[in-house]
Structure formats: C-alpha cells, structure tokens
Design a protein around this ligand. Structure first.
Ligand code: 13P
Length: 281
C-alpha cells in the first residue's frame, strides 16, 4: 500500500530500526525493490531524484511508483530524493509523492534554513513530511556533487531543527555518494550525540559500499532511514554484462532483464536485513 513517509519513519523511530530507501528509474528496478520488500515483509521507501524524473518523466514515474506501491503487500512511501528546486516539490505534491527531501545543504546555514522552511510550510499543510540535509556529504548523486565532506555539528543540527521544523534530517557522518575510493569510516558517536539532542528520524545517505555490519551499527546509533542507489545500479550492470557475454545471440530483452532484476532483488534483501526492517511491515 502507498503510505506517507511520516508513517513509516514514525514506526522506525519508535521501534529503533531503519527504513531502507532505494532509488528507482524503471520498471525492473522498481519490481526488484518491491519483490524484495514483500519477501522480507519490510516497509520500504522508493525514491526518485530530479535526474530520474528528467530521464523517465514526472507523470510516468508517478504512475509507476504509485501503481506499484498501491499493489504491494507492504507499506511503501514515495519520496523525492535531493529535491533542490521548489517546482519539483510542488509538482511531486500534486502528483502524489508522499514524502519530500529539500536539499539546500550547499548553501550557508541561514539560507539552508530559509529554503527548508519554505518547503516545510507548504508540505505540512498537506501533512507531507520533509527531509532536510545539514553538512556536506562527499561524492556524486545526480545533480548533487561535492569533493569534500563537512560533518554535521551537533549544536548546528539542534539549531537547524528548531528553526526549520523539518521531519527528518540527513547528516554527514562519513559516508559518500557513489563508489568508495578508500575505507569507509563512520562517526557513530556523532550520530548518537545528534540523536540524543533531537529525537527525530536521522537519515544516512551514500550507503552503497558500506559494510552491512556498519549499517547495523549506524541504525543502533540512531539512523532511521538508509539510502541506497549505486549498489543497485552496479548489480544491474554486472548481471547484464554477464548475461550478454554468456548469451551473445539473445536479443529478447526480457531474458536479459530477468537476471538483472534478480541481482537487484538480492541487494535489496541484504540491505533490508542490515536495516533490521524485516518483519516490520
Ligand atoms: P549511494 O548511491 O551511495 O547508495 O547513495 C544513495 C543516496 O544517498 C541517495 O540519496
């Protein structure tokens, strides 16, 4: 069923687990997420970046996401990931997205606060929850890119939350978007300290390539939403390359997409277990 982001994250906050959030751009990608979530009896967030919307079309992704969620046996929220332009938020609301992220993290503190407030004011009238971001997460996720990481300061997070009234907060604690070049290091103490001060769902971005035990530790420290994108893309590509190499004469794309969908579903199941969201639907 299609549910609000608020509903799935409220339960995760209360029961101390994280809802995995997976990016999608096409049908096979989405089916892998939903099949995996149903098999594990887990709530899940399906999310689209502005880049995915430009690629597939706003209305098309709305139909795909909402249709799949409404048919699913588990609670599913449809979320706008890294929305930077107000026009995307307004259109997402109109088309039925049930959760929004406003990412103004590249701006200075006051500007970030003012932009987030604007989206919160509109979204809360319609009871739609808003995720914001404070600090800078390194790496690249569609329109968002940074070579450096700036960790979120505890007192800044408190001030930011009090001034914006956002529903959830993405914090920079060591993860990076995309493929990791070095060893992953997460500042678990910082997660705990922020959570102690503001008891709202905290969000971990850039979670592909983070070992599962570390995801588990981040969840125990206070993370309630974990974003995964790159690992699904890599699993898809690897399965596709392997199939085409082994079956150079097959031109029926359904045969090519099937192992890709299975490979993505395996990733989904692994991440659900790491987030401890299995059997929480
Ligand atoms: P990864 O691509 O590193 O998994 O990050 C996804 C993400 O944070 C989406 O917002």
């Amino acid at each position: 069923m299609l549910v609000s982001g608020k509903e799935v994250l409220r339960d995760a906050l209360e029961k101390k687990y994280a809802v995995p959030a997976f990016n999608f751009t096409n049908m096979e990608n989405l089916q892998a997420i939903i099949d995996g979530a149903e098999e594990m009896n887990s709530p899940v967030i399906i999310q689209t970046t502005q880049g995915a919307i430009r690629y597939a079309g706003f209305e098309y992704l709305a139909d795909l996401g909402k249709g799949a969620a409404q048919r699913a046996k588990v609670p599913i929220a449809l979320h706008l990931d890294h929305g930077t332009d107000l026009e995307y938020h307004l259109k997402a609301i109109r088309l039925g997205w049930t959760s929004l992220m406003i990412d103004a993290s590249k701006c200075d503190f006051e500007t970030n606060v003012n932009i987030v407030r604007q989206v919160v004011e509109i979204a809360h009238v319609l009871d739609i929850s808003v995720e914001a971001e404070l600090g800078v997460i390194a790496g690249k996720e569609d329109d968002i890119e940074s070579d450096v990481a700036i960790y979120t300061e505890v007192q800044d997070a408190v001030k930011f939350y009090n001034e914006t009234n956002c529903d959830s907060l993405a914090i920079a604690v060591g993860t990076a978007h995309g493929v990791y070049k070095g060893e992953v290091k997460i500042d678990f103490d910082r997660i705990r300290e922020i959570k102690q001060e503001i008891n709202i769902p905290l969000v971990l971005h850039g979670s592909s390539g983070v070992p599962e035990y570390m995801i588990g530790k981040a969840v125990e420290s206070g993370i309630n939403k974990v974003n995964f994108d790159t690992e699904l893309k890599l699993a898809n590509l690897k399965a596709m390359t392997k199939f085409i190499e082994e079956n150079p004469n097959v031109y029926d794309v359904r045969k090519i997409f099937k192992p890709c969908r299975n490979a993505m579903k395996e990733v989904v199941i692994k991440k659900i277990k790491a987030c401890k969201s299995d059997n929480k639907s």
